[in-house]
Design a protein around this ligand. Structure first.
Ligand code: FPP
Length: 255
């Protein structure tokens, strides 16, 4: 589907200037999609698209940190992704491990905390070890919290939350109780959900947490995603009026 985002016509400098003083989201969540199509359009193997996607991850992280977004959550590997061909899964796990080792110093230098959410016990042991190490080292930082959703599914998260609250003997369950049993109970809900490659789906991502998120879809394939695309999404968000189901401020509503 062709989606027109006029702000994506502006260059990075102009977008940065327009973001000065704008109402930024505290938490941005991203469905990184289109790696396979990016590779196919160049007659490359799918994994080459994932490799190129790592540069886009770096750009998104840096862009968010630069302007003061406090939480960035990336859908890096879904529960469903385990069903992909073994070689692709292996290659994705290797890329992830390389990222966790290769970016460690950069994350520390930029005071970025790395976290992860999902059924992490399914990850290969070596990946899990590097993940745990990077999370432990970056834990004291709070410039930006970068969360990788790994082996993650929204329904699995809710199922795990219900299992845990039943096991804990919770009674009198309300929305707050469920929130406390999610994978990242201390994170604010995403204000903005970005999806690349023009698909209009939420794909089992943060189903509970995105209840009131603004959605920004871009046709850009993930490996082509750059800082200016993130800034365009942030500016688009800043120009919207969030009503949370209430009437608009102009009509006497507001938060
Ligand atoms: C979706 O593209 C993307 C993924 C399944 C994986 C995302 C992984 C990365 C961007 C690289 C590694 C990540 C980190 C954090 C180091 P797709 O393959 O579904 O694309 P398609 O829909 O065009 O086939």
């Amino acid at each position: 589907m062709e989606i027109i985002n006029p702000l994506e016509e502006l260059d990075e400098e102009e977008l940065r200037a327009r973001l000065e003083g704008a109402a930024l989201p505290t938490h941005v969540a991203v469905i990184m999609d289109g790696n396979g199509r990016w590779a196919r359009s160049r007659s490359l193997a799918r994994i080459r698209g994932h490799q190129a996607g790592v540069k886009a991850v770096r750009e998104a992280v840096t862009a968010c940190r630069e302007v003061g977004v406090k939480y960035l959550t990336l859908y890096a590997f879904s529960s469903e992704n385990w069903e992909r061909p073994t070689l692709e899964v292996r290659a994705l796990m290797q890329l992830l491990k390389n990222y966790l080792v290769g970016e460690r110093d950069e994350l520390l230098e930029k005071q970025i905390r790395l976290e992860a959410m999902g059924r992490l016990d399914r990850l290969p042991k070596d990946v899990r070890a590097e993940l745990d190490k990077t999370m432990a080292l970056t834990a004291p930082h709070d410039e930006l919290t970068l969360t990788l959703a790994l082996s993650y599914g929204g329904r699995a998260e809710l199922t795990d939350a219900v299992r845990a609250l039943v096991a804990a003997g919770e009674s009198d369950v309300d929305e707050g109780t469920i929130g406390r049993y999610l994978y990242a109970p201390d994170h604010p809900d995403p204000d903005l959900l970005v999806r690349t490659s023009g698909e209009l789906r939420v794909s089992n991502f943060l189903l509970w947490e995105i209840a009131y998120a603004e959605i920004y879809v871009t046709n850009v394939l993930w490996p082509d995603f750059r800082a200016r695309h993130m800034y365009a999404a942030l500016l688009d968000y800043a120009n919207r009026e969030r009503r949370y189901g209430r009437v608009s401020a102009a009509e006497g509503g507001g938060r």
